[in-house]
Write a protein that binds this ligand. Structure first.
Ligand code: ANZ
Ligand code: ZN
Length: 846
């Protein structure tokens, strides 16, 4: 038989599908919105893209076979800095750079053989899209949800623009440029995310199909804290408000700690030069600075010192804490290192006295100690309530709920983004551009300059305009929007991408939102998902859509796919990373070609240019075909696991598909009728059918589960081997073999579209393999049974029936013990030996 050429098969089917969709039309099916995060058009797809889009393509094909009306759109997150920087460097327009990248990447999608609803395509830098982003901005502005304010903001000195808090990592670096972010006081535009803190937090509970990890990250980011603000009087004219979640520990407060930006610290710094020098020099140390002020404990009247304390965070709580060294580790460390005296007496005693340990503060619950006056002996939680109530009655405390989540800073001083549709007028203030004048269209610039302030500032024709309200001369806003605004509502627009009157028709959206399955990288767990949840709720609240299912949340289920790591060669002697071309394998070990004594270790790291471990997906596809590449990708790791791309392993996937093709060919060549009845089937054939049936059920389960797509492939490989063995034994009828092969081919059709379509045809089918999900009956296995005598201690006791071919001790013993007569002979006895022969079972018991 001739060898099948997988690449030829792919060519043929891709051509076919360019003319005609492989899927039968299905308007009446239940909707299933499968969405993968849309890419930034950088110009080339990387392995991470190929992974995520293979997953969403596979799922969308599966749901089509299951009869769903699948929505599987694709678009481009096309505004942003790489285009602008490329444009500055090469004096080209960012628009044409972006457009040509999109064309390249579309072509690469064709190679991958992913099927998207291209008639829904969105390009965010297209005026027909950003017009509606501007519309949303003006709506938010009118509702007071978009506002302009002076604020101490994060300034990225490399990208020359401000950043939202969410775009600065825990080391204070920009998410994009990696530069250490500076603080500047600037006037900026904000969206009021803080109004939504509680809902964004509470509604996480509804999202039971989201990874716990992501929900936890969002929860921490929103950072709800419920506590008490307590006033401490001082020996001077002002009082100090501290924020605490443990008011009952007030009896142990040994000092007051103030943050750097606390007004008192700032005003004292004006008076005392040594403090202002100290504030400038600080950073990496935990030294405090004692201020010449004494505060008084409002319950005991004890005087306590006031410190500038670097560990007290600006803009959290009141920026002032009451330091309780016996119950808080940071307070303990600070007091110890700065020589602040405190009695070694707990305010809260652990219930078991042995838990006291004077080396570290006690942070648990317990009973109030003798130093807590009238509260002694109370449980600390009750004391906290009583003390709060008492301090409130004296008018020196109030309950507060705080959130860490700040308002979203949405303005950027860059060119290549959605222009903020506002005109500044000396008499009317900030006036939104009226709807009929939208979009405010970006000019076609090929020379972009003006880093630091928006490049649009330099364009007189842009800045000079008239006030939409009073018609007097006015200035047009020059900032553009954070590109995260564009990507926070695109999944709505996908449902109605060509609407000219509204961002989307509410009826369409109400029918088709929320997204059923959203697939993307874990790196978007905070920014993108939080902003999208926020805008979905805002758009609901301002009446743009009305679906209350899932509390106006946009994504029912979230799948965070793992990263793709590439093979990386690390020299053991220098620790440096070598290029694959600098490495060879000698006697099973990798060594440095230039120096064979230098052993090299094969490691896996995130693919990157600097690590010389990138694998180009397109050349892989050109060599192995898209089916083999897709199968290998999905097989190599569970969906949320790290995928170590192993180029040598890909032959395994190819071998499997070729074996399957050979089997199908052999089945087709059998000179027998296609149907066979189960009465003529031997046990092996029945087992094949049983395995096929169970396999089909397991596949459906694994597709629904999503995380174990890899198991579908390993199960498919196993079934292929069973079919292959049955063919080799030459004892199974064609009908049964064909049934198995058909089930297998349909179950893998979502993963390997070309080869499955080809083999489906080979088996004589004229319709598309995607017409339906397979169905088959579980075969009733009535294997031949024989009657065997059972002897116990040498005497015949009873007869039992066992399958003729199964003489495994385990199964035989199970059947013996289950026999109705067994109990009589084996009660209180122990089987010490069992001799199992084809014609007799003999037991020795004691
Ligand atoms: C006294 C105390 C005693 C506290 C004790 C804790 C344990 P969250 O939930 O994070 O708000 N705190 C308040 N403002 C702070 C700031 N700006 N920077 C650093 N720490 C601050 O935690 C509130 C607790 O963190 C507060 O409760 C306060 O210390 C501290 F045994 O007050 B506690
Ligand atoms: Zn005006």
């Amino acid at each position: 038989s001739h060898k099948l050429n997988l690449l030829d098969i792919e060519k043929k089917w891709k051509k076919e599908w360019a003319k005609q969709s492989p899927f039968p039309a299905n308007e009446s099916g239940k909707k299933k919105y499968v969405l993968s995060m849309f890419p930034y058009p950088s110009g080339s797809l990387h392995m991470g893209h190929v992974r995520v889009y293979t997953i969403s393509d596979t799922l969308s094909r599966y749901y089509r076979m299951k009869g769903f009306n699948v929505i599987h759109p694709m678009g481009w997150d096309a505004f942003g800095l790489p285009a602008e920087n490329a444009a500055i460097e090469h004096h080209i327009s960012p628009k044409s750079w972006t457009k040509s990248n999109i064309e390249k990447m579309k072509h690469q999608f064709e190679y991958m053989n992913v099927h998207f609803d291209w008639d829904r395509e969105i390009v965010t830098c297209d005026p027909s899209y950003y017009k509606w982003g501007q519309y949303l901005f003006t709506q938010l502005f009118r509702k007071g949800l978009a506002y302009q304010a002076d604020a101490l903001v994060n300034w990225d000195p490399v990208d020359c623009t401000v950043l939202a808090n969410e775009q600065v990592d825990s080391q204070g670096r920009s998410w994009r440029s990696g530069a250490v972010v500076e603080k500047k006081n600037l006037c900026q535009w904000f969206f009021k995310t803080s109004d939504y803190s509680e809902r964004l937090l509470k509604d996480l509970e509804e999202l039971y199909a989201w990874p716990e990890k992501v929900k936890k990250m969002q929860q921490n980011w929103i950072g709800k804290s419920e506590g008490l603000e307590i006033q401490f009087k001082t020996d001077q004219k002002y009082t100090l408000d501290v924020y605490t979640t443990r008011p009952e520990t007030i009896f142990g407060s040994a000092f007051i700690g103030l943050s750097k930006s606390h007004p008192l610290v700032q005003s004292e710094a004006q008076k005392y030069e040594n403090l202002s020098t100290f504030l400038k020099s600080d950073d990496a140390n935990s030294d405090g600075f004692e201020l010449p002020i004494v505060a008084y404990n409002p319950l005991t009247a004890a005087p306590i010192p006031v410190y500038y304390a670097p560990y007290v965070v600006n803009e959290h709580g009141t920026g002032a804490v009451m330091g309780v060294p016996m119950h808080d580790l940071r307070d303990f460390t600070f007091a110890t290192e700065n020589g602040i005296p405190f009695p070694p007496t707990n305010v809260v005693l652990p219930l078991k006295s042995e838990m006291i340990n004077n080396e570290s503060p006690y942070t648990g619950n317990g009973v109030m100690s003798e130093i807590s006056g009238e509260y002694s002996g109370m449980k600390n939680k009750e004391a906290a309530k009583a003390i709060s109530k008492y301090l409130q009655s004296r008018g020196i405390a109030r309950f507060v709920t705080k959130y860490r989540l700040r308002d979203w800073l949405v303005s950027r001083q860059r060119f290549w983004g959605t222009p903020i549709p506002i005109v500044h007028c000396d008499s009317c203030g900030a006036v939104p551009v009226p709807e009929h004048e939208l979009p405010v269209q970006l000019p076609e610039l090929t020379d972009i300059y003006g880093k630091g302030s928006s490049p649009l500032t330099n364009l007189e024709s842009w800045v000079k305009t008239n006030c939409p309200q009073c018609k007097k001369p006015a200035r047009r806003e020059t900032d553009t929007m954070d590109t995260f605004v564009d990507s926070s509502w695109y999944f709505f627009r996908f449902l109605d991408p060509k609407n000219k009157n509204l961002p989307f028709d509410p009826k369409k959206v109400e029918k088709e939102m929320p997204v059923d399955i959203y697939i993307g990288g874990i790196e978007h767990s905070i920014l993108h998902l939080l902003y999208s949840r926020f805008l979905s709720k805002v758009m609901h609240d301002i009446g743009l859509w009305k679906n209350d299912s899932l509390n106006n949340e946009p994504f029912t289920r979230l799948i965070t796919q793992g990263m793709v790591h590439g093979p990386t060669y690390v020299s053991q002697s220098t620790g440096r990373i070598l290029k694959p071309s600098q490495v060879e394998k000698i006697l099973g070990k990798f060594v440095n070609t230039a120096n064979p004594d230098d052993e090299v270790e094969l490691c896996y790291f995130k693919m990157s240019k600097s690590k010389h471990n990138g694998v180009d997906p397109i050349s892989t596809i050109l060599r192995w075909g898209s089916d083999v590449t897709r199968a290998h990708l999905l097989f190599s790791a569970p969906v949320d696991g790290v995928l170590q791309w192993d180029s040598t392993g890909i032959v395994g996937a190819e071998r499997w598909l070729l074996r399957l093709a050979t089997c199908v060919e052999s089945i087709q060549q059998m000179d027998q009728p296609d149907v066979s009845s189960s009465s003529e089937m031997n046990d092996k054939t029945l087992e094949l059918l049983e395995q096929s049936h169970d396999y089909m059920v397991a596949c459906a389960k694994n597709y629904e589960n999503i995380f174990s797509l890899n198991v579908i492939i390993s199960d498919s490989m196993k079934l292929t081997i069973t079919i292959y063995n049955c063919l080799k034994d030459n004892a199974s009828p064609k009908g049964a073999l064909k049934t198995s092969a058909e089930v297998l081919i349909r179950c893998i059709a979502p993963i390997v579209p070309c080869i499955s379509s080809e083999l489906w045809n080979h088996l004589g089918h004229k319709d598309s393999v995607y017409t339906s999900w397979p169905s088959m009956q579980k075969p009733t296995i009535t294997k031949k049974r024989v009657s065997v005598p059972v002897q116990i201690n040498g005497k015949w006791r009873f007869q039992m029936n066992i399958p003729s071919d199964s003489l495994s001790e385990n199964l035989v013993m199970k059947t013996v013990l289950a026999h109705p007569d067994a109990h009589r002979w084996l009660k209180d006895k122990k089987v010490v030996r069992a001799i199992i022969k084809p014609k007799v079972v003999s037991l020795v018991v004691k």
